[in-house]
Design a protein around this ligand. Sequence first.
Ligand SMILES: CC(C)(COP(=O)(O)OP(=O)(O)OC[C@H]1O[C@@H](n2cnc3c(N)ncnc32)[C@H](O)[C@@H]1OP(=O)(O)O)[C@@H](O)C(=O)NCCC(=O)NCCS
Length: 143
Amino acid sequence: MEIYPANLLDLNALRRVEAVCFPQDAWPLLDLVAVLTFPGVVRLKAVVAGQMVGFIAGDPRPAEGFSWIATLGVLPEYRGRGYGRALLEACEERLPTRRIRLSVRVSNEEAIRMYRHAGYVAIDRWGRYYNDGEDALVMEKSR
Ligand SMILES: CC(C)(COP(=O)(O)OP(=O)(O)OC[C@H]1O[C@@H](n2cnc3c(N)ncnc32)[C@H](O)[C@@H]1OP(=O)(O)O)[C@@H](O)C(=O)NCCC(=O)NCCS
């Protein structure tokens, strides 16, 4: 597996990864275009045999004092091999702020465990944040 910067040429591959990884929360096409083009956004893809198998985007907000991990997904058949963690670490390295935040469904135990192991702690809970009414756990890492 190799990690490369992603760009607009990755739009179709990203649509697939997002649709498979986030069946309930798939972003509209325009948001996917934005995440691949907005200046300053850290966007990285995990590639195996020339194919995108994972994606992460980090959004620096230096004025607010932290960055947000906007999305992180690995195709199911490639999970459990360290790709998610590797994408997270590569993205963190490229983010300029000392603090990094993310939100995750409270039921997403696997992702929450991964974030905890990576040094994130829960700092807030947003009630009924997702479409179906599930709460979001907000987590932060300080480095
Ligand atoms: C969350 C997600 C990105 C993790 O990706 P991944 O490539 O499986 O992650 P990793 O292989 O790096 O594993 C992360 C941790 O979970 C453990 N793990 C993951 N899958 C595992 C499996 N099948 N068996 C045992 N352990 C597993 C690893 O041991 C690792 O532990 P560590 O943090 O102590 O190193 C992936 O499950 C995913 O895309 N989920 C759907 C989208 C999602 O929920 N995204 C995050 C929401 S914000």
